[in-house]
Design a protein around this ligand. Structure first.
Ligand code: DQQ
Length: 540
């Protein structure tokens, strides 16, 4: 339906049509990034899931390849579900995935490339003796899915984790294997957290506590911390914990029990689910992929013929300044899409004002902005209003002494539609400042059948830091990264007027006391090539 085509993104990955969900088996192989994804070739809603496949040289421009795996065996007849790739030291590619069997039992299956010399890995073979793992005793047959990438133990075995639950306790099971065909259950659990429910799409990886580089899944030892990420089926968000991995006892212990797996920190406070990282050997970095679903109606998805996009891949590092959280940042390659830019330096934005940024059209942007509350306003405000909570405090229309202020993206000239992405600072009676970072969709669209929530969270702002944000705008998605990626918020928005050439960008300050100084750099973004691979084209 071309009437709805403006909602398609220009540089976020999406198939040509139909439904997509989780990222699967991301990897770098022989000069190509491979991306597989949960895909329903039959329609724009979740259903009979198979593996879509695309390849890229740079994580930005993509060629769609034929489906990698379809539901053609008894052990995946009800769905070729989520899985992960492991690249062995000799270059062999191992793919493990969950099959939902003809009886809807969740089992783990092995697949591998039919022709390892083909860098595009077009054809896949399912191991003839699949499944390689059945749900163990005591585990419900529908609670056993999404195998991780394997890592090496000090005994030289490969270890994987699979998510599950016991009553309402989310758990990560462990298995050891030598050949990926036969497995041994490891006693105990990588981690278990009561009340968190089913753990989908477990991800487990090391991060360096020293450098900015990423680490291969098997690295452990000094200057290494580990991250466990789970996708909570019950509340549809991705949570992570930073801690230590005791390899001998096969246990993960979070540094902070208040930020345990599934209860503390989130990758993203907007729409972001079933994410998965991989180690990119070519650039020595760890890269995060994530499914960004829709927040319009299923009816609208069917009408437009497609649903879901993937987030721009993000590099993941440990935040050395806090030591307790991760930093996520769009991969550097996205900057190759930057076209002309406009720069606005030290603009004074008075309380209660909206300032247009004359950049022309604003549907595809990369924005970097810094904000400073003027010292005078900070000092004069002895104490500001109460606590602030993005999702419940009334959004960008709720005025306090020191906030909200930020940017209105995907706005139209008349401001009949706009999506505020903003900071909100409160000053306690002790003089301490607390900062929230939010994205408010309440006025993002004149359409009535779309989700209009306010997303966000508190964000740590250290003494020497200005308030800073990076925002990627792409027609119907707004991905924002505050304080260098310490707190991230992704929204889907469905403007009806603020589209294509009519989309605009504004600064706003809705605080009652604070004058804010803003510096903004805005790039127009080119569209990425994301299209079917047609070998004949190169001949003609
Ligand atoms: N999606 C897959 C499952 C996974 C869920 C099925 C998470 O393997 O647990 O499409 O979105």
């Amino acid at each position: 339906n071309s009437m709805l085509s403006w909602q398609r993104t220009a540089y976020h990955f999406q198939p040509e049509k139909n439904w997509m969900n989780d990222p699967n088996g991301p990897m770098y192989y022989k000069g190509w990034y491979h991306f597989f994804y949960q895909y329903n070739p039959e329609g724009a809603v979740w259903g009979s899931i198979v593996w879509g496949h695309a390849v890229s040289r740079d994580l930005i421009h993509w060629l769609h390849l034929p489906l990698a795996m379809v539901a053609d065996q008894w052990y995946d007849q009800n769905g070729v579900w989520t899985g992960s790739a492991t690249i062995l030291p000799d270059g062999q590619v191992i793919m493990l995935y969950t099959g939902s069997t003809n009886e809807s039992v969740q089992v783990q299956n092995l697949a591998y490339p039919a022709d390892p010399s083909d860098p595009l890995l077009v054809d896949w073979i399912k191991y003839p003796s699949n499944p390689v793992l059945f749900p163990p005793p005591g585990i419900d047959t529908k609670d056993f899915r999404d195998p991780t990438t394997a890592w090496l133990t000090s005994e030289g075995k490969w270890r994987i984790s699979i998510g599950s639950k016991l009553n309402k306790t989310g758990i990560a099971l462990l298995y050891d294997t030598n050949d990926f065909k036969t497995y041994e259950r490891v006693e105990g659990l990588l981690r278990a957290v009561p009340g968190t429910g089913m753990w989908e799409c477990v991800d487990f990886f090391p991060v360096s506590s020293e450098g900015e580089n990423g680490l291969d899944a098997s690295i452990n030892g000094e200057n290494v911390k580990h991250v466990v990420k789970v996708s909570l089926d019950d509340d549809r968000h991705d949570y992570y914990a930073v801690g230590t991995y005791d390899e001998k006892n096969a246990k993960f212990t979070p540094d902070d029990l208040n930020n345990d797996v599934g209860i503390g920190l989130r990758y993203d406070y907007g729409i972001f689910y079933a994410s998965k990282t991989f180690y990119d050997e070519s650039k020595g970095r760890r890269v995060l992929w994530s499914w960004i679903g829709e927040s319009d109606s299923e009816y609208a998805d069917v009408a437009k013929g497609w649903a879901s996009i993937q987030g721009i891949p993000r590099t993941v590092t440990l935040d050395k300044k806090t030591g307790s959280s991760l930093l996520q940042w769009p991969v550097a390659e996205v900057e190759s899409l930057r076209l002309g830019s406009n720069e606005f330096e030290n603009l004074k934005v008075k309380p209660g004002s909206v300032v247009p940024l004359e950049i022309g059209t604003a549907a595809q942007l990369d924005i970097i902005a810094e904000f400073e509350i003027d010292n005078k306003s900070l000092e004069m405000t002895a104490q500001s209003n109460k606590e602030y909570e993005c999702s419940t405090s009334g959004g960008a229309a709720e005025r306090g002494a020191l906030g909200p202020f930020g940017l209105l993206v995907l706005a139209d000239d008349d401001l009949s539609e706009y999506t505020p992405t903003y900071f909100y600072v409160v000053k306690g009676s002790d003089g301490q400042l607390k900062t929230s970072f939010c994205s408010d969709q309440l006025r993002s669209s004149l359409a009535t059948d779309v989700g209009k929530k306010i997303f966000g969270s508190s964000v740590t702002v250290l003494g020497d830091e200005k308030l800073s944000v990076r925002i990627l705008v792409d027609h119907s998605v707004v991905e924002s990264f505050a304080q260098g990626g310490r707190t991230c918020v992704t929204s889907r928005v469905y403007p009806t007027k603020a589209i294509y050439g009519a989309a605009r960008l504004f600064l706003f300050n809705n605080a009652t006391e604070a004058t804010v100084t803003a510096s903004v750099k805005v790039w127009q973004m080119n569209s990425a090539f994301i299209r079917p691979f047609n070998p004949q084209e190169s001949n003609s």
